[in-house]
Design a protein around this ligand. Structure first.
Ligand code: MOS
Length: 719
């Protein structure tokens, strides 16, 4: 059986032997090397630039900054059209500095070292102002976004009628992308044609955005990204330097290669912004939730209104008689944030799932049973049913593996020597979406097939599962299928984000394969290539198929990223689509040092049809590991005086390592969903991280009696 088979990654050998080429690995003739220079003030303006010493460094070819800019034609600010998801303003367009670590110059030289040497000698004079870079700084501006709120029922009556009301604040911190692969771009012009090598979750989007920024047609730009060393949202949209590199390359008549240093990656790219959430939950004495009110405040830049608004999903998890949500964008002197794994759900489910656990305590109920009491068939805001919902099956499967039957809610009940032991659990969910997509499938008389789509493998296993999809649909062995991804010369594929890739690509691959079999007059079960092509009278066949979202209107749902919760189906039958999961955590906290360890983390997930049990499990495990980091380690520390990132390196920005991960398990709960999309596939790339932090926080409370309502949870929070 091909679908679901835990086969090894077909690109695994290429990766471990170094043959897989990442963006910085592509050789170009006679390249120059670029290096970014970033601001050392958090707000103000450049009053002077002395580049005399920098110019004298042997090998320096050009120094670009606002007094010697590169001509970006127009900023492609709209992500959905392929532009930037963040920093809508142009680099070098003005002397103003809007945040600490903003790109203020690009140096291009014969070697990386010459460029970096020149960067040290490039002298900026600034007129600095005090930035308002954090929530509590004077001078931030709050912008309420009423059109992003949800409301149903009478929330005041629901709260008044409740037997118990929880009303708390939960804070999450800023997190920075630290994928193994650094951000790197190479721009290479051949005549009027530009090739860009850049790690990308969406080559077609980058191409469209570059066309706008460079003022040239799409078809003169090729974006190549066959392998990506970690995306997680950080490589989902165009960044400013990609255009700068292309323009510098054109101006200097040579290819330019640039990588963004680890330190610069803390300021010039997107990040997960800090949130402050108020969460009010009312419950009747029998546990049924009466009122659900969830409001978020999220930090963004001065210029850009970027919020993730996770209450939109949180509000659709449980029964509630009345719902109200709200979101406020707090504009500060910072870079615009952007996507990071389950951008909306990761921070907001910390509040949701901590709050539900707190309510279980108030009601003297088992936290799993409280969720069972509030389990629903239709979401409470619009009364729309789920395409499928296996939440409690996930709780039961993971709970059994974890041994939840032995749970004793008494604080400190499981103390073991010097270890305070605690157990906690939380819900994970992620909305299922589809993205426009087209693919080309080629099959020949020898039974060899090729799938071509400008989609991406971020390390997730896309090469492998798309081969499995085509092999299954055509009735040929998996090793007869080759897959080409990550190149704008291929048919326009989906973004690898929002957990949409597999659902979108497989749906369309199956359409293409079905029509190949129809044209050949055979079926997957009866596939005999020689015979089929013999009857067909040709030795090869190719089919192009595409999926475009239904036209806007009743029942069509919202487009990708324009609201994260998608309503699927038509006017007659509407559904809301989510994958669900449940995560259980055990913490052990040293009684004296208060060091927190997570010896056990067990999740169970139901996400429709699973293409490959091995790559799927790997996604879930990776998500949970990052969730552990989110819960206990990761925080981008901003100096409130200057706006500078204080821990802009991977020795001080803490992330989980192997020693932090012990008994970690992901259970795949079978689920068949015929409504969610043609392939019956829900996304799995992001759900693993959702809920982990709350499960750990709930376990910390069980161990210590201390309820920590902020992330990360540190030793000093549980003294
Ligand atoms: Mo994901 S954060 O939508 O790449």
């Amino acid at each position: 059986m091909t679908i679901g088979a835990p086969i090894d990654r077909i690109d695994g050998r290429l990766k471990v032997t170094g043959e897989a080429r990442y963006a910085a690995d592509f050789a170009v003739p006679n390249p120059l090397y670029g290096h970014l220079v970033t601001s050392t003030i958090g707000l103000g303006r450049i009053t002077g630039i002395d580049d005399a010493a920098a110019r004298k460094v042997p090998g320096v070819r050009a120094i670009y900054h606002h007094a010697n800019p590169l001509p970006i034609a127009e900023t492609s600010a709209f992500f959905g059209a392929g532009g930037r998801s963040q920093q809508s303003w142009q680099p070098f367009a003005e002397p103003d500095v809007r945040f600490y670590g903003e790109t203020v110059a690009l140096i291009v030289a014969e070697t990386v070292l010459a460029a970096r040497e020149a960067a040290k000698l490039l002298a900026f004079s600034y007129e600095a102002e005090e930035p308002a870079a954090v929530f509590d700084a004077a001078g931030t501006e709050a912008e309420e976004l009423p059109d992003r709120s949800l409301s149903s029922g009478d929330i005041d009556a629901a709260m008044e009628g409740a037997a118990q009301v929880l009303d708390e604040e939960y804070d999450t911190s800023a997190n920075t992308h630290n994928a193994m692969e650094l951000f790197a771009t190479t721009g290479h012009w051949q005549g009027q044609e530009l090739t860009v090598y850049v790690p990308s979750q969406w080559v077609k989007g980058f191409q469209a955005g570059l066309a706008v920024e460079l003022g040239i047609p799409d078809d003169r730009i090729r974006v190549v990204s066959p392998y990506v060393g970690g995306g997680f949202g950080g490589k989902g949209s165009l960044y400013t330097w990609t255009s700068l590199v292309a323009l510098a390359s054109r101006a200097l008549g040579r290819p330019v290669k640039l990588y963004v240093t680890r330190e610069q990656g803390f300021t010039v790219v997107s990040y997960r912004a800090e949130t402050r959430q108020s969460f009010r939950l009312g419950a009747a004495a029998d546990g049924r939730f009466t009122g659900f009110e969830h409001r978020g405040r999220e930090l963004s830049s001065r210029a850009d209104t970027y919020v993730v608004n996770g209450a939109e999903a949180a509000a659709r998890m449980y029964h509630a008689d009345a719902v109200r949500t709200g979101v406020t964008c707090v504009h500060a002197d910072r870079q615009t944030p952007g996507f990071m794994r389950a951008p909306a759900e990761t921070p907001y489910f910390f509040a949701l799932e901590s709050g539900v656990d707190e309510m279980a305590r108030k009601l003297n109920m088992d936290p799993v049973e409280l969720r069972r009491i509030n389990d629903i068939d239709a979401e409470p805001v619009d009364g729309v049913p789920y395409t499928s919902r296996s939440l409690m099956e996930c709780y039961d499967a993971a709970g059994e593996a974890f041994g939840w039957a032995d749970y004793d809610p008494t604080i400190g009940a499981f103390t073991d020597g010097d270890d305070l032991v605690g157990w906690g659990c939380a819900t994970a969910a992620y909305p299922t979406q589809m993205s426009p997509c087209s693919v080309r499938v080629h099959l020949d008389i020898t039974g060899k097939a090729k799938v071509m789509v400008a989609s991406h493998d971020l390390g997730t296993g896309a090469y492998t599962v798309l081969a499995q999809a085509a092999a299954n649909a055509l009735g040929v062995p998996v090793d007869s299928v080759s897959v080409e991804l990550g190149d704008t010369r291929l048919p326009p594929g989906t973004i690898a984000g929002g957990s949409v890739s597999t659902a979108s690509n497989v749906s369309v691959i199956e359409i293409a394969c079905t029509s190949i079999l129809e044209r050949l007059g055979t079926t997957a079960g009866a596939m005999n290539p020689e015979e089929a092509f013999g009857n067909f009278g040709q030795s090869a066949i190719e089919e192009y198929a595409e999926w475009v979202p239904p036209a806007a209107g009743e029942g069509a749902g919202k487009s990708l990223y324009n609201g994260r919760v998608r309503i699927v189906g038509g006017a007659e039958e509407k559904y809301v689509a989510f994958a669900f999961g449940a995560e259980y955590a055990e913490v052990r906290i040293n009684r004296y040092t208060r060091e927190i360890r997570v010896p056990r983390l067990i999740g169970a997930f139901a996400a429709g049809r699973i293409m490959n049990e091995k790559t799927a499990r790997s996604q879930y495990l990776g998500g949970m590991i990052w969730g552990l980091g989110h819960a206990l380690l990761e925080k981008t520390e901003i100096d409130p005086r200057t706006g500078a990132v204080m821990n802009d390196n991977i020795s001080e920005y803490l992330m989980p390592v192997n020693a932090d991960v012990q008994d970690l398990r992901a259970i795949l709960v079978p689920e068949t969903d015929t409504k969610v999309n043609p392939a019956g596939i829900k996304g799995i790339g992001e759900i693993g991280i959702v809920g982990t932090a709350a499960a750990i926080a709930n376990a910390v409370h069980h161990a210590t009696g201390i309820r920590v309502r902020k992330l990360p949870i540190r030793i000093e929070d549980i003294m």
